[in-house]
Design a protein around this ligand. Structure first.
Ligand code: AP5
Length: 244
């Protein structure tokens, strides 16, 4: 993979004839797809391999809820019910996160944008730093398979980005996180009624955003039916061919 977008040779006869301009764009990747399609699982792996942070708006909200911050208290009912948090609250939290030092060379966005206003907000934030989206990964998975994967999902109680599946990705010790030894739990919104609501919001609000990115030629489809390792391999192959 390369870190540069190429070079613009100087025009002959100018005093900058020998200068080569290299435009560096950040590795900004968006992971989109139905609930349970593996976005968080792959984001954690690729974040480690690429050395860029995994920014999940769901994890950020759950962390606020765990720490009982004012924002956490405000959004807990919304998350538990499977509704979307209002755009302004989500976008402000996102802008603060991607403004941090570790996100300046790039980041993986998992779960944002989910609405057209959020997509506009992201464009705005990136324009403000002379940056742009490098690629959008769309996780292709039939709805029945995605929903079936959610019930056996378990996450770490101290960091919900540590994701397990009782059958396909079990922890080494029963119900204990491999990373930090904390107990595992089921997410509060992984209940049938909240799952239905989340999928409904996804179809209504997020699919149009994916279609907009398709029109711009940014979308790479990932076959999310494959094993977790094969999905990672497919994504790394795609990234290898990108020019950012
Ligand atoms: P969020 O946390 O983003 O949840 P989500 O979009 O519903 O997505 P999931 O986390 O359910 O699925 P995933 O694709 O990450 O799957 P995973 O890797 O875990 O959002 C939660 C809530 O926060 C929202 O409902 C909303 O209220 C709020 N929110 C967040 N962002 C917002 C925004 N932008 N605007 C407004 N509100 C927002 O995998 C699923 C399971 O399958 C796991 O058990 C995993 O181990 C397993 N698995 C993964 N890959 C495979 C594979 N290849 N084969 C077999 N099993 C696999």
């Amino acid at each position: 993979m390369v870190g540069a977008h190429g070079s613009a040779p100087a025009s002959p006869g100018t005093n900058i004839r020998n200068t080569i301009w290299t435009v560096i764009l950040s590795q900004i990747f968006l992971f989109m797809g139905i609930q349970g399609s593996g976005k968080g699982t792959q984001a954690a792996r690729l974040s480690e391999k690429l050395g860029i942070p995994h920014v999940s708006t769901g994890d950020l909200f759950r962390d606020h809820i765990r720490r009982q911050t004012p924002l956490g208290k405000e959004v807990k009912r919304i998350l538990d019910s499977g509704e979307l948090v209002p755009d302004d609250l989500t976008s402000q939290m996102l802008r603060e996160r991607i403004g941090q030092e570790d996100a300046q060379k790039g980041f993986i966005l998992d779960g944002y944008p989910r609405t057209r206003p959020q997509a506009h907000h992201l464009e705005d934030a990136l324009r403000g730093r002379n940056d742009a989206i490098c690629a959008v990964f769309f996780f292709d998975l039939p709805e029945e398979e995605a929903v079936a994967r959610i019930e056996p999902r378990r996450v770490c109680t101290t960091n919900t980005a540590h994701i397990y599946h009782l059958k396909f990705n079990p922890p080494r010790s029963d119900m204990v996180c491999d990373h930090d030894g904390a107990p595992l739990m089921q997410r509060d919104d992984d209940k049938p009624e909240a799952i239905r609501k989340r999928v409904g919001e996804y179809i209504q609000q997020t699919i149009p955003v994916v279609e907009d990115y398709e029109e711009r030629g940014l979308v790479h489809h990932v076959d999310a039916m494959q094993s977790i390792d094969d999905v990672t391999r497919q994504m790394l192959d795609i990234i290898e061919g990108l020019s950012c």
